[in-house]
Write a protein that binds this ligand. Structure first.
Ligand SMILES: [Zn+2]
Length: 219
């Protein structure tokens, strides 16, 4: 099984620079954009897993539930880094975990509806508790304004960077960030193996309501 986290001597400038320069990289947007950032190849058949687990994972990626758990791990990482650094999947079929730059700013929303989730730029005091969308009197004010979270998909990180000019503390900080990112990749692999060992994929029949034209006798 492939492990992404590597222990690095954080006192050694050379060891740290070598780690950063040799780290696997991938495009943040697409190949013609050219920007790249630190990345981990999470393609199922590149993780050195048993064929049993590999087969199971190829089934599991067709379920939504499988990705809920991965998304939770990504959100945890992004939150811990104040959304200035965000991890996201990229590449055809999303096989690469990529480190992105981003931001979170306070939105101007003042209230929301607890029934349908509709957000509003005005407070309950200003416009009353009735929701404009679902008409229920279930609007309440936010205690703190929600965040607008965004990423800069075209912005690479450390493309052709010359770390020789960097202060050692800055290099150390960047190494720690990339190590935490690599640990996230390990957590995602652990989670996938846990799913493969504890779940099975089954077909569920769903019935979709459909409209058709019918003839009705005149009365
Ligand atoms: Zn509503």
């Amino acid at each position: 099984m492939v492990r992404f986290y590597q222990g690095i001597d954080l006192r050694s400038r050379n060891a740290m620079i070598e780690f950063l320069v040799k780290h696997f990289r991938y495009y943040t947007a697409n190949s013609w954009n050219g920007s790249q950032s630190y990345a981990c190849n999470l393609k199922i058949n590149r993780l050195d897993l048993s064929s049993e687990i590999v087969d199971k994972l190829f089934d599991m990626i067709h379920t939504q539930e499988f990705f809920y758990g991965i998304d939770e791990l990504l959100q945890e990482f992004n939150h811990q880094h104040g959304y200035l650094w965000q991890a996201s999947m990229n590449g055809r079929n999303g096989g690469y975990l990529v480190l992105y730059q981003g931001q979170a700013t306070k939105s101007d929303y003042k209230s929301f509806c607890t029934s349908c989730g509709q957000r509003n730029y005005r407070s309950v005091q200003e416009t009353g508790p009735i929701c404009g969308r679902c008409k229920k009197p279930h609007r309440i004010d936010y205690m703190t304004a929600p965040l607008n979270i965004s990423v800069f998909p075209g912005r690479g990180t450390d493309d052709n960077e010359n770390f020789k000019d960097w202060d050692i503390n800055d290099i150390r900080e960047r190494v720690r960030l990339v190590q935490e990112f690599d640990m996230l990749a390990d957590k995602i692999v652990d989670y996938a193996i846990m799913c493969a060992n504890n779940y099975t994929v089954e077909d569920e029949e769903i019935f979709i309501p459909k409209t058709r034209k019918i003839l009705v006798p005149l009365t």
